[in-house]
Design a protein around this ligand. Structure first.
Ligand SMILES: Cc1cc2nc3c(=O)[nH]c(=O)nc-3n(C[C@H](O)[C@H](O)[C@H](O)COP(=O)(O)OP(=O)(O)OC[C@H]3O[C@@H](n4cnc5c(N)ncnc54)[C@H](O)[C@@H]3O)c2cc1C
Length: 225
């Protein structure tokens, strides 16, 4: 038996490559014949799940803030720091205004305006849901089943919206939407990375399930149409 304090023969880690940030240190961890000293126990034995869950409302709220901001950048415009200076990127909306196809701006095509309308409505809807939940969290705190269910629903709606924004943005940007340098690079990165928050912090299916299960729990048993 070995004491599990840090990497040793008993505790080993192996880097797992993923398209998420390498700074996250995603790794395969193995424990072989190791024991954990009592003083290293966090909380109560077999109650670790509750500790993990107590973090999730805040984490999911933060994830939605980032996802909505990224979708807004993709939809409108992005700002990126490069070599110490700020470069303003022209993204989906600006691109559709400036790009001329067959002698007129792309935005004059109804099918393009429909894609932009979906993006505007998606970003604005999620932003308003986020404001509403944040206001309630300030007044009522961030714990509790109802807040948890509403945050889960917001995260679900936000990652679905990101899926649509990525799809529409690439279509409007065309070839620029899939090139890693140049005018469409913000859209290219977004379309490559947007699925990650649809899995971490609680996957889409689990978020949807949590929200509906909470609604079922609170539903009056005698209620009928
Ligand atoms: C880059 C990255 C970093 C992460 N970092 C962390 C971290 O630091 N801490 C942490 O706790 N987690 C983290 N996660 C999340 C965690 O690692 C898992 O990926 C996540 O919990 C989903 O589990 P899974 O990958 O095993 O998928 P599975 O559980 O195998 O699920 C596969 C699919 O089935 C669906 N599914 C599963 N169960 C059900 C069900 N009952 N009903 C309907 N559909 C279902 C899921 O939604 C998913 O789409 C991270 C994930 C990623 C991608």
């Amino acid at each position: 038996m070995f004491i599990a304090l840090c990497r040793s023969d008993a505790v080993q880690t192996k880097v797992m490559k993923s398209k998420y940030s390498s700074a996250a240190g995603t790794a395969y961890v193995t424990y072989e014949n190791c024991i954990v000293p009592k003083k290293n126990l966090i909380g109560t034995e077999n109650k670790g799940f509750q500790i993990i869950m107590s973090n999730f409302n805040h984490e999911r709220w933060m994830i939605t803030v980032v996802c909505i901001a990224r979708a807004r950048i993709c939809t409108e415009e992005g700002a990126e720091t490069s070599s110490g200076s700020i470069w303003i990127e022209k993204e989906t909306f600006k691109w559709s205004m400036q790009r001329k196809v067959f002698g007129k701006p792309l935005v004059e095509q109804p099918v393009i305006r429909e894609k932009l309308a979906q993006m505007f409505a998606g970003v604005e809807t999620c932003t308003q849901m986020l404001y509403d939940i944040t206001y309630n969290m300030i007044g009522m705190g961030s714990g509790g089943a109802e807040v948890g269910a509403r945050i889960a629903l917001l995260k679900y709606q936000t990652t679905r919206m990101n899926h649509m924004v990525a799809d529409n943005a690439v279509q409007v940007l065309g070839g620029r939407g899939v090139t890693q340098t140049g005018m469409g690079r913000v859209v290219e990165v977004f379309s490559r990375m947007y699925k990650i928050p649809a899995v971490y912090g609680g996957s889409e299916e689990i978020m949807a399930d949590l929200a509906v299960r909470t609604a079922i729990k609170g539903y009056p048993k005698q209620a009928r149409l």
